[in-house]
Design a protein around this ligand. Structure first.
Ligand code: GDP
Ligand code: MN
Length: 392
């Protein structure tokens, strides 16, 4: 689960990580009031579940409370589109008003779970304030990596190594070492999947401060943190993703495609997307119905897929093991009839009750083409797409 910068900052504050003085506002008047309390120049930051705000006007330095009010008014109620959002962007319901800092240097630090080594991994770089993906690509040697130990944690000498690799001023090494240790504790004690500070700044007076804060919480551990679970902001989520979360389905929206993919299993989803691409079409989304799907969930899954306006055709690729083909077929037919969906479907079903499933689809009167296997489905898909033409 994603949370907002101001919420992440509150967690950092609690764990002793230095952050700029800041408060959150929902109206321009509140923004003005906070700015005059903080005094002088402030920075107005759109609170959205996405980074890259600085480049698109979502982070603005202003010189007076009046200006803070104006900038807040221009941001609140709009949608911010950054390189990390879809074309629709995400709504700005709140802005954070923070004190400005005199920045001497922008650094980068993050912690993620590294699946290969099975431990939290700290990544640090002197190249802060820019896209870290770009740094990783063009100058990988500029990223310093240290793994923590699940039992021991991150030792002080490791934290110190990182502080030295960041090249902070000598008199800030001790404070930076503590900051890194505290940040590691934030990660572990809150069951985070990501803690990212970009930039971590060195100020003109040699203080090291977390200027930006991004925290993702591990969904499967949220039950241990009821107070963190309350930080969820459904407005930031795509409505279809909200629906699929509720139904415990895994739905992923993809940009620029035309084919909705319904599959059972994550690996099959990957293979299905490859086949869709090989057939000359891009997937608009994929939805993993998982193993034990009952008819109600299949109906909901189908409705979510056709709820995506980009979908012109649906590819159902089922490898029925625990899930039963006939149940899936019944779910699809019921949902298609209920919603009057006329989207053409290509269906490959194998495994448990595949024959029954295919018969239910064939007898339904819907626009459904059966296929014996995935390769066959790709051929049918290719032909159908040619028929449809490039209506985009
Ligand atoms: P992001 O673009 O969504 O990652 O938002 P950030 O919070 O990282 O802000 C983007 C950039 O704005 C930072 O890298 C800084 O260069 C700049 N910035 C943000 N706050 C301040 C500030 O208080 N003082 C100065 N001088 N620059 C700031
Ligand atoms: Mn940032």
């Amino acid at each position: 689960m994603n949370i907002h910068e101001y919420q992440a900052k509150a967690i950092l504050d609690k764990f002793g990580v230095p952050t700029p003085k800041a408060e959150v506002a929902s109206t321009p008047a509140e923004a003005k009031e906070i700015a005059s309390r903080i005094g002088g120049r402030v920075v107005v930051k759109a609170q959205v579940h996405a980074g890259g705000r600085g480049k698109v006007g979502g982070v603005k330095l202003v010189n007076s409370p009046e200006e803070a009010e104006q900038v807040a008014a221009s941001l609140l109620g709009t949608r911010l589109v950054t390189n990390q959002t879809g074309a629709n962007g995400v709504p700005v319901d709140k802005v954070m008003i923070a004190e400005t800092l005199d920045i001497k240097d922008e650094l980068y630090i993050s912690i993620v779970i590294d699946g290969d080594i099975g431990a939290p991994l700290v990544m640090a770089s002197t190249e802060g304030g820019m896209d870290i993906e770009e740094v990783a690509e063009s100058t990988p040697e500029k990223i310093f990596r240290v793994a923590g130990d699940p039992l021991i944690g991150l030792t002080t000498y490791h934290a110190r190594d990182i502080a030295l690799a960041l090249g902070v001023p000598a008199k800030a090494v001790r404070a930076t070492t503590k900051l890194i240790t505290d940040l590691y504790n934030v990660f572990v004690e809150n069951d985070c999947s990501l803690v990212e500070i970009n930039p971590l700044v060195v100020t003109e007076d040699d203080q090291v401060i977390a200027l930006d804060a991004k925290i993702n919480l591990e969904d499967d551990a949220l039950f241990r943190h009821p107070e963190l679970a309350k930080l969820r902001d459904p407005n930031q989520q795509d409505p279809l993703e909200q629906r699929s979360d509720k139904a415990e389905l895994a739905y992923v929206k993809l940009e620029g495609g035309r084919v909705g993919c319904m599959v059972n299993g994550a690996g099959l989803a990957m293979a299905t997307m490859d086949i869709t691409k090989a057939a000359g079409a891009d997937p608009a989304n994929f939805l993993d119905i998982g193993g034990s799907a009952d008819q109600a969930r299949i109906e909901e899954a189908f409705k979510i897929i056709i709820g995506d306006d980009d979908v012109e055709m649906i590819l159902v690729n089922l490898f029925a093991g625990i899930a039963r083909s006939d149940i899936v077929a019944q779910g699809i037919v019921a949902a298609a009839k209920e919603t009057n969906a006329s989207v053409p479907m290509v269906v490959a079903m194998r495994g448990t009750n595949a024959k029954e499933g295919i018969k239910i689809l064939a007898d339904s009167g819907l626009n459904i083409t059966g296929a014996p296997d995935l390769a066959g489905a790709a051929e049918v898909l290719k032909a159908k797409l040619l028929e449809l033409g490039s209506s985009h």
